[in-house]
Design a protein around this ligand. Structure first.
Ligand SMILES: [Zn+2]
Length: 281
């Protein structure tokens, strides 16, 4: 498969042919940076881990250039950091036994450029080769502009898929902003409790990100734990760890529905809920 960037990287841990690796993929996640898949799509990774008929694939859109660097990585050049981050993503794919991971090597600025069609074309190529029934994306209330850029490019690509190839489940998940604020009926609870050691090890792979003291590994596991405990004030925790997600299928079913309109309607429902509670007493 030929992608727009010549440095795009296809990695298949068990060295199956790419065509077969995409074909066997049932769960697919599309993230902006090396480590995003492991933070927001752990539900998919764990659901497929060592499973005989399920397989997880990942697409990481950017090349990790311009990433912040501290501690032991403070003096590394952009090029060196990009190589390290690419290797970390490959290691995570090994550890999580992914079907494949594709790193498309875009700059953040290209992802945020509404005129750039290459990103969504590349995503569409992978989507068309996969038979993924469940897809995980960034969420539309995320505060990282590159995450929103990737979400929009992914939706553009998904909307171009022929009807029979569209996923059955499309989840938008948490990274830079959690989704606890959504009304319970507006969010989907994705169980992230399986294989706790794997969950932790996958996050620790990204040493370039956490070595300077930014403990994404601890924060991500802590968030999942908090999501499970604060879900229901009366019941004991059914799952010990949860990722919250928004069901984005309405956007695939209705091409006239905008991402902005859809998301703000969820915010309005949140607002009305607070209003009702406060008025009630
Ligand atoms: Zn990210």
């Amino acid at each position: 498969m030929i992608f727009s960037k010549k440095e795009a990287d296809i990695y298949i841990p068990d060295q199956t042919k790419f065509r077969d690796a995409t074909h066997r993929t049932t769960h697919l996640a599309i993230g902006a940076h090396q480590d995003d898949l492991e933070i927001f799509a752990y539900h998919g990774i764990a659901s497929c881990f060592d499973h005989e008929s399920k397989s997880f694939g990942g697409i990481t859109i950017t090349n990790g250039s311009g990433s912040s660097r501290t501690g032991e990585f403070a003096d590394h050049s952009d090029k060196w950091m990009m190589a390290l981050r690419r290797e970390e993503q490959r290691k995570a794919a090994d550890l999580g036994k992914y079907s494949f991971v594709v790193q498309l090597d875009y700059e953040s600025s290209e992802v945020k450029d509404g005129e750039n069609l290459h990103v969504s074309n590349d995503i569409l190529k992978v989507l068309s080769a996969c038979s993924a029934e469940t897809i995980y994306l960034h969420n539309p209330a995320d505060k990282h502009p590159t995450h929103i850029g990737v979400l929009k490019k992914s939706l553009d690509a998904l909307r171009k898929l022929p009807e029979g190839m569209k996923p059955k489940k499309l989840y938008a998940c948490e990274v830079w902003r959690d989704l606890d604020w959504l009304l319970d009926e507006d969010k989907v609870a994705l169980d992230a409790s399986l294989y706790p050691d794997l969950a932790s090890e996958l996050l620790k792979v990204f040493r370039t990100q956490i070595a300077g003291g930014k403990r994404y590994d601890l924060a991500t596991l802590g968030r999942r734990r908090a999501n499970a405990t604060y879900y229901n004030s009366h019941a004991a925790d059914a799952e010990t760890e949860l990722t919250w997600a928004i069901d984005l299928m309405p956007l695939l079913r209705d091409p006239s529905l905008t991402l902005e309109g859809f998301t703000l309607s969820l915010v309005d429902r949140f607002r009305m809920d607070i209003k009702k509670q406060l008025k009630g007493f």
